[in-house]
Design a protein. Structure first.
Length: 395
């Protein structure tokens, strides 16, 4: 037995980058705040899988698919041998481990692709932007999440296998995936280090990361008026830049509906509400809007074109679903979804001089003017001490 290089450097780099990307993708999967990192990791994982498919033919002996081309029956047979404590040692991947690898590679592709489609439908971003609407994307999003969960199960199975195998054959398999070396009989095919391939891989990944975080995101964030607000300290911290989508805009609407209060984006109410608001514009919450017919028509068209039932954003979809078909609310703040989402906000927060009114959406939502209402742009301003104690003592 002699110390032999089994795993070349590209295989090891692939393995640990994939493992850490998967873990980080899990940690960044909740909400909008970390989305730009999450999406980056998704593309990285897809790229890694493509590399691995190539390396399955071009890599060193034990990295090639030919060296671990086992079917499910062999995997099962090996599992039985393990249970009987009679499993032979494999210098390369054992049949059960091999199956886990193929399953993980296939699932990574599935989860990555459903992720791209979800991003396109849910956020109208990425290569699949606009392919699906929010309502259509729901099941794909679920598939993405179920896939990621199943992948986690397989990962744990894989880790269990590594631990069992390491104990059974008294060798540290995780360490050999770091160093590349294992004890093997003379004549076992040796891997070449392939340092240059690994260096190119590292360069490609760093280049992609640099482009993504320094250029691609910044360029898209620059198109968003509200990112300036976020950099002024709004937005929950720790805040990571993420790219919100851009919704259609209209100047007449902004001018006419933004003079007394900030504009309420059309996606926040169904078209029947906007029709009613315009029909009753003579008595708009105690004022008369007094718009002429042409202006009314233009504003109404913009609002109907982008109303809640178009499901342009998650909030639109959820607000629309929450309103009974028989109701035509005049207020966003009286829709069931809005009330549910803001139920737990403390009275002291509403009384904060920076907020004062429920309809002052922008006080807490940096992207209110854009109508997107992303989690990452949400931030309840801190009440100055005096105002907070005054509100607290008010019965
Ligand atoms: C002349 C002033 C004025 C103009 C112009 C105006 N509004 Fe209002 N609007 C009000 C007032 C006052 C309220 C009540 C605000 C409150 O309760 O905080 C209100 C409330 C609303 C609300 C309900 C907000 C909620 O969810 O509680 C909506 C929706 C609304 N306006 C839409 C519009 C639209 C659409 C336009 C443009 C066609 C418009 N407003 C133009 C004065 C105006
Ligand atoms: C006092 C701060 C505050 C104000 C003012 C406020 N919101 Fe919110 N809003 C919140 C908080 C906090 C949440 C998050 C609740 C949660 O996570 O369940 C939220 C959640 C939401 C959501 C759901 C976002 C999502 O995807 O989960 C929407 C939509 C929304 N607000 C719309 C509005 C609109 C429209 C207005 C103005 C009419 C408004 N909000 C005013 C604090 C505020």
């Amino acid at each position: 037995m002699q110390r032999t290089l089994i795993w070349d450097l590209p295989t090891r780099l692939f393995h640990w980058t994939l493992a850490s990307s998967f873990a980080l993708a899990w940690l960044t999967s909740d909400g909008d705040r970390w989305r730009s990192i999450h999406v980056f990791l998704g593309y990285l994982i897809l790229g890694l899988v493509v590399f691995r498919l190539v390396w399955g033919f071009a890599g060193s002996h034990f990295s090639r698919f030919a060296s671990f081309w086992f079917g499910p029956s062999e995997a099962l047979a090996y599992l039985k041998q393990v249970a009987a404590r009679k499993a032979p040692r494999h210098v390369g991947h054992n049949p059960t481990g091999s199956l886990a690898i193929y399953i993980l590679l296939a699932m990574a592709v599935g989860v990555g692709l459903t992720g791209i489609l979800t991003l396109g439908g849910d956020e109208q971003q990425g290569v699949a932007a606009g392919w699906f609407s929010f309502a259509q994307i729901k099941w794909l999003k679920e598939l993405h999440e179920i896939g990621a969960n199943l992948m986690l199960v397989v990962v744990f199975g894989h880790i269990t296998g590594v631990v069992v195998e390491s104990v059974m054959h008294k060798e540290n398999l995780a360490r050999s995936m770091v160093t590349g070396f294992k004890m093997a009989e003379a004549g076992t095919p040796r891997a070449k280090p392939r340092v240059w391939v690994a260096a190119l891989m590292a360069l490609a990944m760093l280049g992609f990361g640099g482009w993504w975080f320094a250029y691609a995101i910044d360029r898209q964030v620059d198109n968003q008026a509200w990112h300036i607000n976020l950099e002024d300290g709004a937005g929950e911290s720790p805040h990571v830049k993420f790219v919100g989508k851009s919704l259609p805009d209209n100047h007449t609407w902004r001018d006419e509906c933004g003079s007394c209060h900030a504009v309420f984006y059309p996606a926040l109410l169904p078209s029947r509400s906007w029709q009613r608001i315009m029909a009753e514009q003579g008595q708009h919450f105690g004022t008369d809007l007094g718009l002429d017919a042409a202006t009314t028509a233009e504003v109404l068209k913009f609002m109907v074109d982008n109303a809640a039932e178009k499901h342009a954003v998650e909030a639109a979809y959820k607000i629309e679903q929450s309103i009974p078909a028989t109701a035509t609310p005049l207020r966003i703040t009286e829709t069931p979804y809005w009330m549910e989402k803001h139920r737990e906000i403390a009275a002291t927060d509403w009384a904060n001089p920076l907020v004062m009114s429920k309809t002052n959406c922008a006080a807490c939502h940096a992207d209110a003017d854009d109508g997107t209402f992303e989690d990452g742009a949400m931030h309840i301003p801190k009440a100055p001490a005096a105002a907070a104690s005054a509100a607290a003592t008010t019965p």
